[in-house]
Design a protein around this ligand. Sequence first.
Ligand code: COA
Length: 339
Amino acid sequence: MNATITAIGGFVPTSILSNETISETVDTTVEWIEKRTGIKERRLATSKDQATSNLACAAIENLLENYDVDRKEIDCVLLATTTPDHLLTPTSSKVCEISGLTNAFGLDLNAACSGFLYALEMATTMIESGRYKKIIVVGADKMSSIVDYEDRNTCILFGDGAGAVLLEKTELGYGMMKSILRTDGSGTSALLVPAGGSKFPATMGTIVNRDHYIKQEGAFVFKKAVESMSSVSQDVLASNDLSVKDIDWVVPHQANLRIINAVSESLNIGIEKVKVNIERYGNTTSATIPLCLWDFAADFKQGQNILITTFGAGFSWGATCIKWGVMRKRLPAKSSKND
Ligand code: COA
């Protein structure tokens, strides 16, 4: 018995932050951003009722509207996010309430850009244990709540969004294969929000220092991302007895188009097999991978092998393979893609 993805949903806010607008506020150019990152625009949750829980619920609603699944049958919601609504209480509680998942328990999981993949692995083992039948894994981040729009090193990169998948069991031989997940705390200071947690609780000083915003050593993170995603992808292929020739699609974390290109080159997988939507959404952290699955779901055919790989703060990284299976029945379209 395997766990397999049977439904997908996604959501991005309608408000667009373009490179043109950024270049009017910090010392950069439209050309520099596009050439160095591949990003043309990102979506921002600008309305007051768009906290991370709302983004997650919009993605779940999109999934439930489009696939024939009863929300009362959902056993668990694993919410990967690095931008919870509050430090206390769990954002997943709000998600269960708003989405009417009255028979589910919810759990927040923070592993930065690797959160969705970690949550997917946890859900896989929960389904394969036989103790849970239907789990929603949702990656949602409102990065605009922790981005410093005066810092040209980071404000060009991030956007807001959410993506969700439903995981269930199958006995047809499709679904989730082996994963490799890694964590290494040596990267903590290279990518973090310094204050607001238990180490440096909020003070007037932390606010004045802008320590509640993301700080990043971009070039160092870039190098580690390319090395880690390349090597963990090779390892996960070997552990699943696959070679690069067996891979139909790669769904990489979307942090920088140059990272994606370098990983594809190092794996010797043609870029035409690599799914990319960073130009429209930027880096949505926990949401990049499910948003990419959602965006390109129509391209994935039964029996095709998909390689997923990610890298994020911590450092945290990993990879998995999926043999794409049978999706649940589609419902008559109520809503088209909400972007
Ligand atoms: N516009 C114009 N110039 C910029 C700039 C901007 N927005 N940001 C940085 N620069 C400048 C730097 O100040 C530096 O100038 P200098 O040479 O005079 O010192 C120069 O560009 C090169 O800086 P560097 O940081 O080496 O650029 P880069 O090519 O590495 O690109 C990032 C910067 C942030 C785009 C890139 O490093 C990156 O994407 N890093 C990884 C991001 C990531 O994956 N983060 C999340 C992990 S999930």
